[in-house]
Design a binder for this molecule. Structure first.
Ligand code: NAD
Length: 336
């Protein structure tokens, strides 16, 4: 069986997923791509020899020759498109977050459940071999009982301000990956969130009602304490590190570099900068997550990152923003 895929949204991540399906997944084929900017859809279609490009995603949903869609459009469009795709009986892979409102998310998830289609959320970092190994070490008890987790997650540069305005803000857009990673690694749910954050990178981000620099402290139900540190700008590139401390040991994950060369001179010992951004650092994870989605369809298996995993980090993001606004620790139960 070849799964026939429609890609909705031909921006940064839509292009990554369209390329992945085209070049790396023999069990699937992209048959159509949609973007409200028709030129963007047409460009991707031409590059990847996709037969159909349209500005109206509903054409893809109405096409009986499409089995599944990848929802890669701007965040504020996800809820509507996912709901309509479910009603059209398409299997759905949706980028994060599902929506910014919990009530809306619950409506979307009800529509998906009613339709009985596969629904996977794009938390790709779970599929990164390094972070999958960290989870295995924690879950198999290699470092004993986990006490502390630190996640450092910094982008090389902020996205365009137009993106920021519809993104839901740093907690929903960026830290949501780290909230998911924290749940994934610890294997438990967070009970309380405490935020300190500011605008330190670009005043325009502040004018859009957002922050660009944040530290969030998480307290898990099983006692683990975690911190997540986000910045929209680390001048040396994409900074993605993790440290775990347990009763029998620790785990350290460093950045990934384009080469392993160290250059020593009379003045310096130095190396090249880490891989610059998500398209390079997480290439393998994107392939593995889309492969898992296609595999779930072909073999009628559960998807590895489903509705509950899409919902939980949104609660954490809502609590983080509330904590910032109200200058106090916020329980997850207050926002859910
Ligand atoms: N998992 C990840 O690593 C990752 C990385 C980047 C972005 N994302 C998520 O993917 C989504 C897109 O982000 P991006 O960085 O690709 O943004 P982007 O702005 O580069 O692309 C979004 C595209 O969607 C199109 N679009 C908007 N409304 C549409 C509609 N109604 N129908 C069809 N197309 C529409 C826009 O014209 C644009 O081309 C966001 O929700 C973001 O949170 C996830």
């Amino acid at each position: 069986m070849t799964v026939r895929v429609g890609v909705i949204g031909a921006g940064r991540i839509g292009k990554v997923h369209a390329e992945t399906v085209t070049y790396r997944i023999p069990e699937a084929r992209v048959v159509a791509v949609a973007d409200i900017v028709e030129e963007a859809a047409r460009r991707v279609a031409e590059q990847l020899h996709i037969p159909q490009a349209t500005r109206d995603y509903r054409e893809i949903l109405a096409d009986p020759n499409v089995d599944a869609v990848l929802v890669c459009s701007s965040t504020d469009t996800h809820a509507t498109i996912i709901t309509e795709a479910a009603e059209a009986g398409k299997h759905i892979f949706a980028e994060k977050p599902i929506d910014l409102s919990l009530a809306r998310i619950d409506q979307v998830l009800a529509a998906v459940e009613k339709a009985g289609v596969k629904f996977q959320v794009g938390f790709n970092r779970r599929f990164d071999p390094t972070f999958a190994r960290v989870r295995h070490a924690i879950q198999s008890g290699e470092i004993g009982e986990v006490h502390l987790l630190h996640i450092i997650s910094r982008d090389p540069a902020p996205p365009p301000i137009e993106y920021v305005k519809v993104s839901g803000g740093i907690f929903m857009d960026m830290m949501i990956h780290d909230f998911d990673m924290a749940r994934f690694l610890v294997g438990a749910e967070v009970e309380e969130v405490y935020t300190r954050a500011a605008v330190r990178v670009d005043p325009a981000i502040g004018e859009a009602g957002d922050v660009d620099t944040a530290v969030v402290m998480l307290t898990f139900g099983n006692g683990v304490i975690a911190t997540i540190d986000n910045s929209r700008r680390a001048v040396y590139g994409y900074d993605q590190r993790v440290e775990v401390l347990g009763s029998k040991g620790g785990i350290t994950v460093g950045n990934v570099f384009p080469n392993e060369v160290t250059i020593c001179t009379a003045e310096h010992v130095r190396r090249d900068l880490p891989l610059n951004f998500f398209m390079d650092r997480y290439t393998e994870s994107y392939e593995r997550e889309i492969r898992a989605f296609i595999d779930a369809i072909v073999h009628d298996k559960p998807v590895p990152v489903g509705a509950a995993d899409g919902r939980a980090p949104v609660l954490m993001a809502l609590a983080a923003r509330k904590s910032l606004d109200e200058h106090r620790p916020v329980k997850i139960s207050e926002v859910g």
